[in-house]
Design a protein around this ligand. Structure first.
Ligand SMILES: [Zn+2]
Length: 313
């Protein structure tokens, strides 16, 4: 009896250790606003941002998907060099999708104009993709604004389908654009210590967002599914991406492609959110199913970052 009890205890001790060890978390990385921000960044700055981010992804063996604003290629005398930035992403195995030509806002631009901007924004990207045998056709809405009313949202989604697009959702973002504006302000002030502090707070805030979204995923879908992170090409990410990817990996994440992420059944849920914000798809699925909104519970970036950015405006 003792032996049986002991064996049972051994099974209890060993069994759960193997069967309950958590499955690795998965995350796809999506990168918006290629070839980079701010819009007036010199091409040399865009080149160094691109090279740094591509290298960080390569070192972390992290696939990614890029979303292009082709309007940023149209700078006199620089189009060739700017287009070469897109080729650098593609050569590194990062496929590219459409993020419109000029980054209009579906909340304010008439649908017909917005759709023209989508068509205008696909020419170079799809030529480069096709030349590499890549057939993915993903679209990401600027500001992730998907339509302020049901008729606009529905009509635009129909337009995207007829042009062969799949909408690229995201589940986690980190307001990197705010922290990036803050680093630009600190750079203008020539304050290297401040830049360092902003970068560390940016990493910490990204971890806070994961602290928020991981349990929200469990509450909403009953499990953690493959998260899709949304960041941008900017100096901040060029400087911090190695550390950011390391910290994410330390939470148990393995990086996967966007296409692989979207094989997760959660992404077959309908996005029932109608409104002027651009929330995470987790919030959208909650809206679809009538679950209480958690949008206001999201961690805010530190107040001092907001003050620094607004003082420069
Ligand atoms: Zn964007």
């Amino acid at each position: 009896m003792r032996a049986v009890a002991l064996a049972f205890a051994v099974v209890l001790a060993l069994g759960p250790a193997t069967t309950q060890s958590p499955a690795p978390r998965r995350m796809a990385i999506t990168i918006d606003d290629l070839p980079g921000v701010p819009a007036d960044a010199p091409v040399a700055a865009l080149r160094s941002m691109t090279d740094a981010m591509v290298e960080a992804l390569r070192a972390a063996q992290a696939p990614a998907f890029g979303f292009v604003n082709e309007g940023k290629l149209a700078v006199r005398g620089e189009t060739h060099e700017r287009t070469a930035l897109l080729e650098t992403w593609l050569d590194a195995g990062v496929p590219l999708g459409n993020h419109t030509y000029s980054h209009p806002d579906l909340n304010t631009v008439p649908l017909a104009d917005y759709q023209r901007d989508v068509i205008r924004g696909e020419a170079v990207t799809f030529r480069l993709m096709t030349a590499r045998g890549r057939t993915e056709r993903f679209f990401r809405h600027p500001f992730t604004h998907t339509g302020p009313s049901a008729p606009i949202k529905t009509a635009f989604e129909r337009f995207l389908r007829t042009r062969g697009y799949t909408i690229a959702p995201f589940t986690v973002e980190n307001t990197d654009y705010l922290f990036s504006s803050a680093t630009r302000a600190a750079r203008r002030q020539g304050d290297a210590d401040l830049i360092e502090k902003i970068e560390q707070d940016y990493i910490a805030h990204t971890m806070s967002m994961l602290d928020f979204y991981e349990p929200l995923a469990r509450q909403t879908a009953g499990r953690e599914f493959t998260q899709i992170l949304l960041i941008h090409v900017n100096e901040l990410n060029a400087a911090t991406l190695p550390q950011l990817l390391t910290r994410v990996a330390q939470r148990g994440y393995r990086f996967v492609t966007l296409a692989s992420a979207m094989e997760d059944s959660v992404y077959r849920q309908r996005d029932g959110y109608i409104g002027r914000s651009g929330p995470s798809w987790i919030h959208r699925w909650r809206a679809t199913r009538g679950l209480p909104s958690m949008m206001r519970e999201e961690p805010e970036p530190p107040a001092w970052i907001l003050r620094l950015v607004s003082s420069e405006r």
